[in-house]
Design a binder for this molecule. Sequence first.
Ligand SMILES: Cc1cc2nc3c(=O)[nH]c(=O)nc-3n(C[C@H](O)[C@H](O)[C@H](O)COP(=O)(O)OP(=O)(O)OC[C@H]3O[C@@H](n4cnc5c(N)ncnc54)[C@H](O)[C@@H]3O)c2cc1C
Length: 397
Amino acid sequence: MDFDLTPSQQELLCRVAEMARDRFAPRAADYDERAVFPAEDFEDLFREGLLSAVVPADYGGLGLGPYSGDVFTLWMITKELAKADLSLARCWEGHSNSLVLLAGLADEKQKTRWFEGVVKRGEKWVAWSGEPLSSAPGEKSSFGTRVEKTAGGWHVSGSKVFCTSAGGADWAILLVNTEGPGGARHASASPEGLLMLACDLSDATVTFDGSWWNPIGMRATVSHRVCFDRTFIPEDHLIGGPGQYLKDGWQTCFIPHYAASFLGAAEGAYDYAMEHLKRQNKGGDPYVQQRVAQMALNLETAHLWLRHVARLWETGKYEEAKLAGSRARYAIEHLAEETVRHSIRACGARSLNRPSPLERIYRDLSFYIRHDNDDHILSMIGKSLLGQPFDPSFYKP
Ligand SMILES: Cc1cc2nc3c(=O)[nH]c(=O)nc-3n(C[C@H](O)[C@H](O)[C@H](O)COP(=O)(O)OP(=O)(O)OC[C@H]3O[C@@H](n4cnc5c(N)ncnc54)[C@H](O)[C@@H]3O)c2cc1C
C-alpha cells in the first residue's frame, strides 16, 4: 500500500524488511525452541544503526516517535520485525518504548548519558511494571515490590514478572509504587505514588528467575521473574516527576505499537499461507479464494487504522490519538487473530506441525494479545462514547 512515505522512509523500511527476512526469520524457531533472548538479532540491529531509531537526532539517533513527527515509520519497522519473529518485536518494542519515555521525560544529563550508551555501545532498555497481585491456581510465589526512600535515592525490594528481555537488556525502567506492590496497575494508590526508576541491570542485587517462565508462546521474550534485594537506585535515576507516567497518559503511546506487532504476526501468517497454497496449487478452490481475500482485506484495514492513528500523533492531535490508539488496538487484535485462523483453515493440519512458522505465530499471538483484556478495552471505548469517565491507558474493569 502507498502511504506517501518519503524515499528515505521507504529505504529504511526496505532495509529492515530485508534484514528481518534474511537474518531474523531463520533464527526465530531456534530462539523459540530454546526460549532464549534474540541476542544476535539485537547485535544486527545495533550494527545497522537501528537500535537508536527512537533516540532524538540531536543525540545521534533517527528521531522516530509519537511526539517527534514520525511514528508511522517506527510502527512499520516493528511490523517487519514481528513478521519474522513476534518475540523479537516485543523485546524491540520494550526497548523503543523506553527510549520514547527517556526522550519525553529525562533531563539533559540523563539523556546525554543514556542515549550515548544506546548509540555507541548498543545498550538495550526495557520497562517493567508487571506486578499482578492475585495469584493464579498452582502459582507458588507471589509478586510485588516495595520502595523505601533512603539517603540519596531509593531501595527497591521484591519481585516483578513478565520482565521482557530479562538477562538481555542492560537497563530497565522500573515502574514502582511508593504505596506498595502493584506497579503502574496499583488498584488504589494516588498517581503520585508511581515512580519511574532507571535500574542498571548489572547490579548484583538484581537476579533473574527463569523457572517461572514456561509459556505457550512468546518464549524468546524471556519475560522472567526478576528479584530485587534492596537494590539501590540513586536519585538522579528518577525519570520525570512522581506520577507523570499516569498523569500524561504515556501508556497510550505504546498501545498502537502493540497493534503494529499483532499486524506483523498476521502478515507473517498471510505470507506463509500464500506460499503454501500456491505450492499446493489450491488457488482454484472457491473457499480458499475467499479466505485469501478476507486475509488481505484484514491486513489492509489494519494498515489503514495504524496510518490514521499515526497521523493524529504526527499532527499534534494528541487527545484524539490517545483514544484512537486503543480503538485501533482492539480492531487489529481481532483482525490479526482472524487472519491467523484463516491461514490455518486454508493450509490444514500440516501447517501446525513443527517446525512451521504458522504454528509459532499461532502460539505467540494467542499469548501476546493477552497483554491487555479486549473486553475491558471495548468497555473503555463504550464509556468514551457514552460520556462516562474513561482511562485510555489502563483498562480497569
Ligand atoms: C509476552 C508478554 C510480555 C510482557 N512484557 C511486559 C513487560 O516487559 N513489562 C511489563 O510491565 N509488562 C509486561 N507484560 C505484562 C502485562 O502488561 C500484564 O501485566 C500481564 O499480562 C498481566 O498478567 P495476567 O493477564 O495473568 O494478569 P491479571 O492482572 O491477573 O489479569 C487476568 C485477567 O483478569 C482481568 N482482571 C484483572 N482484574 C480484574 C478484576 N478486578 N475484575 C475482573 N477482571 C479483572 C484482566 O483484565 C485479565 O483479563 C507482558 C505480557 C506478556 C503476555
